[in-house]
Design a protein around this ligand. Structure first.
Ligand code: AMP
Length: 305
C-alpha cells in the first residue's frame, strides 16, 4: 500500500557535544521519514522548498526510492532552516535558530496519481499544512501525525483540530507534557487520547517508546546503541519504520502497531549513527531485518522471571 507524507524539508545545522558540527546539511521531518519508509513500501512526498534549496540535496535524496512528483521548488520562497545543539546526554537539545519560511505557505498541489493513498503520515510541520493534506484524503485507512514544541506553542488551536481528525499521534515525552500539562507520561498519553486519536505513541529517546490505546498499553525499549553520532531525525525515522511496516502489511490492528514500533526503533537506530541521512543511504532492507532479529533477541525476558 502506498504511503503519503508531508512535513518539513530543512537545511539543518547540527552541533553535538563532542564538538562536531554539520553545517547546512539535508534534514527535515519528511526527508527522514520518506527515506526510512522507502525500505518498506512506495512513498509519495508532498512538500515545498525554496529557490535556495541546494542542488546536491536532490542528488543525495535520489538514493531513496521516493516519488517526488509532489515536491515543489518554489520561486520567491526560502527553504525551512533549523539549527540545533544537543546537550551532553544526546537526548535534550536547544533550538538555536529556526526559520519557518516556506513551511508557513500553502502546500504544493497533490499530484493526481497520489489520490489513491490510504496511509498518511503528517510529519512535523506547520499544522495548517498537515490539515490541508489530510482534508484531501477522505478515504484514508490510517492517518498518523507528529508535532513539535514550536507548533504546540504557536498553533495550539490548529493542533487540537488535527488531533480530532487523526487515528494516531506520535510525539516525544516532553512534547506530550507540554501539550497536556501532565507530567506523568501515561497521564499525558491519556490526555492526548481524550483529544481524539485511537492510539498515541510517546517516544522517550534512549528509553524507548510507550504505546497507549483505548484497551491498554505497550512498552518497547530503545535499541541499545553504543555509537550515537547525531540523534536528529530519530523521531521521524521511528515513525518511518512504523508507518512503512503498517502500509506494507496493510494492517492497522494494535498487534501490527506493536510490531511496527519495533521496526521504527531499528530504523531510528541506524539514522543516529551518522549526520543527516548518511547512514540510511548506506543500508538495505536486509540490514533492518537482521537488526530487528537481534533486537527481538534482546526483548526475550525468558520464562520464570
Ligand atoms: P527529530 O530529531 O526527529 O525531531 O527531527 C529533526 C528534524 O526536524 C530536523 O531535520 C529539522 O529540520 C526538523 N525540524 C526542526 N524543527 C522543526 C519544526 N518546528 N517543524 C518542522 N520540522 C522541524
Amino acid at each position: 500500500m502506498s504511503l503519503i507524507v508531508t512535513g518539513s524539508i530543512g537545511i539543518d545545522t547540527v552541533e553535538t557535544p563532542d564538538g562536531q558540527k554539520a553545517e547546512s546539511v539535508l534534514g527535515g521531518s519528511s526527508i527522514y521519514f520518506a527515506a526510512g519508509a522507502s525500505f518498506f513500501t512506495s512513498v509519495r512526498l508532498v512538500a515545498a522548498v525554496g529557490e535556495d534549496f541546494p542542488a546536491h540535496f536532490h542528488k543525495q535524496f535520489q538514493r531513496f526510492d521516493v516519488c517526488t512528483d509532489g515536491l515543489e521548488e518554489r520561486a520567491g520562497s526560502k527553504t525551512f532552516r533549523w539549527h540545533g545543539r544537543y546537550h551532553a546526554n544526546m537526548n535534550d537539545r536547544d533550538t538555536l535558530d529556526v526559520q519557518v519560511n516556506v513551511l508557513g505557505e500553502a502546500l504544493p498541489p497533490v499530484p493526481d496519481h497520489y489520490r489513491d493513498s490510504k496511509y498518511i503520515f503528517l510529519a512535523n510541520t506547520h499544522p495548517a499544512g498537515q490539515l490541508e493534506l489530510l482534508d484531501q484524503f477522505p478515504d484514508r485507512k490510517l492517518v498518523v501525525a507528529d508535532t513539535m514544541d514550536l507548533w504546540i506553542d504557536t498553533e495550539p488551536g490548529l493542533l487540537k483540530q488535527l488531533l480530532g481528525k487523526v487515528d494516531g499521534f506520535v510525539l516525544n515525552d516532553s512534547e506530550a507534557k507540554q501539550l497536556t500539562g501532565e507530567s506523568n507520561v501515561i497521564k499525558a498519553a491519556d490526555a492526548v487520547l481524550a483529544m481524539g486519536p485511537r492510539f498515541v505513541v510517546v517516544k522517550k529517546g534512549e528509553h524507548g517508546a510507550i504505546l497507549r490505546h483505548q484497551d491498554g498499553t505497550g512498552v518497547l525499549p530503545a535499541y541499545p546503541a553504543d555509537a550515537v553520532i547525531d540523534p536528529t531525525g530519530a523521531g521521524d525515522s521511528f515513525a518511518s519504520g512504523m508507518m512503512g511496516y503498517l502500509a506494507s502489511v496493510d494492517d492497522v490492528s494494535i498487534n501490527a502497531i506493536r510490531r511496527a514500533m519495533a521496526y521504527g526503533t531499528v530504523v531510528a537506530s541506524y539514522t543516529i549513527e551518522k549526520f543527516s541521512t548518511d547512514r540510511l543511504a548506506e543500508i538495505e532492507r536486509s540490514h533492518i531485518d537482521q537488526r530487528l532479529d537481534e533486537f527481538a533477541g534482546h526483548l526475550d525476558i525468558g520464562a520464570g522471571i
